[in-house]
Design a protein around this ligand. Structure first.
Ligand code: UDP
Ligand code: MG
Length: 317
């Protein structure tokens, strides 16, 4: 089967990436040239760099590249909005100008050779194609372990996520339009994209080391990223409070029996029994109450997100 060339946009968020940007642009342009020759993509396909309020020469580089090459576009955000927001800004800006969009980091850690495979899967009818790391050997031990703990934790908390997939993925125009229905401000794209649905597939690649420059995710940012991911997707932590309250109530009953036995066998000082019994009882009641209030807050949290309740894929009247 011969497919028509696809009109593809690649969105690349950049924050202080002057050290890698020229190389990234060079490799992307080579890849685009090859993909055009193979009739995978058409001549209107574009590479879009999103400058996320960089403090270095990133934007000047993007601007010059866009003068030099027809296939390079640039978007400059007014201030640093963070990786997820910068990426979202790029996706939302281009979503109705093309057939599909691949998002990828600027640092060449994700193998760009997976892009042709993603496009092929798109041509075969997939709306979302996830880039998945088949190994993380080049990541530091620390990054690897923390990432694994994070994925385990998220799935334990009931968040559907693709294991070892970061923000390297292809999305079709209609998948992007569905994504735009998610109005939440605390963006965690890796969690939202699987909620969109549609036919999806995965493409495997080996993750390389950062080509140049430093990671923009030091420990502090990683922790806040993880906390944001958890609190944007799960009310399980609230449920844990209720569970603790339940446990405290059970202990209260046991303590009450124990205390009464101690009291009637005369092993206690006066006042001890009443303090012991109320201590556990009040603790349990308080935790259960907080958990109950939490349930309502959890409901409100889901309401204020105004997530779409469904996304229609097809209708036949
Ligand atoms: N990035 C961004 N805004 C930020 C931080 C990072 O646009 O505030 C971009 C960055 O330029 C890179 C991508 O997000 O293209 C991922 O960042 P990085 O490679 O530093 O993260 P790591 O791979 O270390 O997790
Ligand atoms: Mg990186």
């Amino acid at each position: 089967m011969i497919n028509n060339p696809v009109n593809l946009y690649v969105v690349i968020p950049c924050y202080n990436e002057e050290a890698v940007l020229p190389e990234t642009a060079k490799r992307m342009i080579q890849l685009f040239k090859r993909m055009r020759e193979q009739s995978l993509i058409d001549s209107l396909s574009r590479i879009v760099f999103v400058d996320d309020g960089s403090k270095d020469k990133t934007w000047e580089l993007i601007r010059d590249l866009s003068y030099e090459y027809d296939e390079i576009y640039g978007i400059k955000l007014a201030a640093n909005a963070g990786h997820q927001n910068a990426l979202f800004a790029g996706l939302m800006t281009v979503k109705n100008s093309c057939e599909c969009v691949v998002s990828i980091d600027a640092d060449l850690q994700d193998d760009i050779e997976a892009i042709p495979e993603m496009v092929k899967k798109y041509s075969e009818g997939c709306d979302v194609v996830y880039g998945v790391r088949s190994s993380r050997e080049t990541d530091t031990f620390f990054k690897r372990t923390t990432a694994q703990v994070f994925y385990k934790l998220m799935s334990g908390l009931g968040v559907k996520m693709v294991y070892n997939h970061a923000d390297y993925r292809l999305m079709s125009e209609r998948a992007l339009n569905a994504l735009s229905e998610f109005k939440e401000v605390n963006l965690f794209l890796r969690g939202i994209v699987p909620l969109v649905g549609y036919k999806s597939d995965t493409v495997y690649y080996n993750r390389a080391e950062r080509f140049a420059g430093k990671s923009k995710y030091p420990l502090k940012r990683m922790i806040s990223f993880a906390l944001n991911a958890i609190t944007s997707f799960s009310i399980t932590p609230i449920r844990i409070i209720s569970a603790l309250g339940g446990i405290a109530c059970i202990i209260a009953i046991i303590m009450a029996i124990y205390t009464l036995i101690q009291k009637f066998t005369g092993h206690t000082d006066s006042g001890w029994a009443s303090i012991m019994m109320s201590l556990w009882f009040i603790g349990g009641v308080q935790l259960v109450s907080i958990g109950l209030i939490g349930e309502y807050i959890g409901k409100m949290y889901k309401e204020v997100k105004e997530r779409p309740r469904y996304i229609i894929e097809e209708v036949r009247f």
